[in-house]
Design a protein around this ligand. Structure first.
Ligand code: CA
Length: 225
């Protein structure tokens, strides 16, 4: 059963939405605390999030931004804000759909089902700048073709992608590669990073690996040639 999280502060609307979803055969996750909604959702791993924009403590825009950085969950914004600029802003932050309240039940359910179909099979995909990485096979989809990365390179890229803007430490990378932090071999890590850097350069990827002094590594958009 697909899980749909409802991030909506008006109790009556929230309950209506949840009961509608349940009747349509979904499992509804009712969110009642909003400040750390993105973190809670990253743990709950819903298949889709219905997101209100006007919330106490935090704006839905912020939740959308955080969610899209942390996860690949689709977001359907359902709001009373009907200004074009709000819609554009939400879409720029990665929202998959923007509907205004009041919204007919049939329309909402149709959009939900569309988004879920679009995302089917994409749950293993991590998104980078101009490429996708399948974390189950380490297949990299780029420039309309695909390349299967050697396992260690795939693991490193996966870690760097899930890190987002935050640098990933050498310790975390070693743990991903060798499953232990007990012995950290900086040289072996360097060898693997160098191989991945070379692969990324050969594929003319838009992002490259940069070292963050004293902390670790992260992906950064390459300067335009
Ligand atoms: Ca609201």
């Amino acid at each position: 059963m697909k899980k749909i999280a409802v991030v909506e502060d008006e109790v009556y609307v929230r309950q209506e939405l949840c009961s509608m979803l349940e009747k349509a055969g979904y499992e509804a996750l009712e969110m009642t605390a909003f400040e750390d909604a993105a973190a809670q959702l990253a743990v709950l791993e819903p298949d889709l999030v219905i997101l209100d924009l006007n919330l106490p403590e935090i704006s839905g825009f912020q939740i959308c931004r955080d969610l899209k950085q942390k996860t690949s969950v689709p977001v359907l914004v359902l709001t009373s804000r009907d200004q074009m600029q709000d819609e554009i802003h939400a879409l720029k932050l990665g929202a998959d759909e923007y509907l205004t309240k009041p919204c007919r039940k049939e329309r909402l359910l149709a959009r939900i089902s569309n988004i879920l179909k679009r995302y089917e099979g994409r749950t293993n995909l991590l998104e980078g700048e101009g490429f996708l990485l399948d974390r189950s096979t380490y297949t990299l989809y780029i420039h309309n073709s695909s390349v299967v990365l050697p396992k260690n390179q795939g693991k490193l890229l996966e870690m760097l992608l899930t890190g987002g803007e935050e640098p990933v430490t050498a310790q975390q990378l070693c743990e991903a590669l060798w499953g232990t932090t007990e012995f950290i071999d900086e040289n072996a890590l360097q060898v693997n990073l160098t191989r991945l850097k070379k692969t990324m350069a050969n594929l003319k990827m838009e992002q490259k690996i940069v070292a963050v002094r004293g902390i670790g590594y992260r992906l950064e958009r390459s300067a335009e040639p």
